[in-house]
Design a protein around this ligand. Structure first.
Ligand code: NI
Length: 197
């Protein structure tokens, strides 16, 4: 290898390394700032016991957050059951995670309604409701879509809503999410990997 070739090779390698480092940093920065900015944020709601719960209340522990409504015939109960079973499968790690259910149907999901619904799922569940404006705000923060389905009946209606379970870290930052097809085993495995212990 001539000196000139050697210099060229070193230059190319340095350039490639620099590009990789800069590229990696940009992707990392974008992921850190982008997702943190996109999902989660301040909220104020009330739980199934009537206590005020804010984003600050949830800090210090991991949280597993799902938005739905108690009158949901199938999707919500299935998702909350998957969350319950996933927590049952991770043993003591579950102590580090708070499962949270936030209603998108504050008209019918009163504190009393949530208290009754709570009995069907994991005992550590925090079930939250609020005024329509408070619910709108938290749903917006978590990029959750919901809408009352068109119907004749005024009380027996369905809600269209996104079915995503978010895993947030103890600082309230987004970590990952699970779709409506998540299994208890898959969710348990991911929680173990992220939360550790
Ligand atoms: Ni539902």
């Amino acid at each position: 290898m001539s000196t000139r070739t050697f210099v060229l090779v070193v230059t190319l390698l340095s350039a490639a390394l620099a590009a990789t480092v800069v590229g990696g940093y940009l992707i990392w920065t974008r992921t850190q700032e982008g997702t943190a900015a996109l999902i989660g944020g301040p909220f104020e709601l009330v739980d199934q016991s009537g206590r005020t719960v804010t984003d600050a209340t949830l800090k210090g522990k991991w949280s597993l957050i799902y938005f739905g409504y108690t009158f949901c015939p199938d999707v919500c109960p299935t998702s909350l059951t998957v969350m319950t079973q996933a927590l049952d499968q991770i043993g003591p790690v579950a102590d580090k995670v708070v499962p949270v259910f936030i209603t998108v149907d504050p008209e019918r999901d009163t504190v009393e309604q949530l208290a009754g619904y709570h009995d069907h799922f994991h005992p550590s569940f925090v079930m939250l409701t609020g005024t329509p404006a408070q619910v709108k705000e938290v749903a917006k923060a978590y990029r959750v879509y919901y809408r009352k389905a068109e119907t004749e009946a005024s009380t027996d209606y369905l809600m269209d809503h996104s079915s995503i379970t978010y895993l947030m870290d103890p600082n309230g930052n987004y970590v990952t999410h699970f779709g409506h097809d998540a299994t208890p085993e898959g969710m348990a495995k991911t929680i173990r990997e992220k939360v550790g212990g």
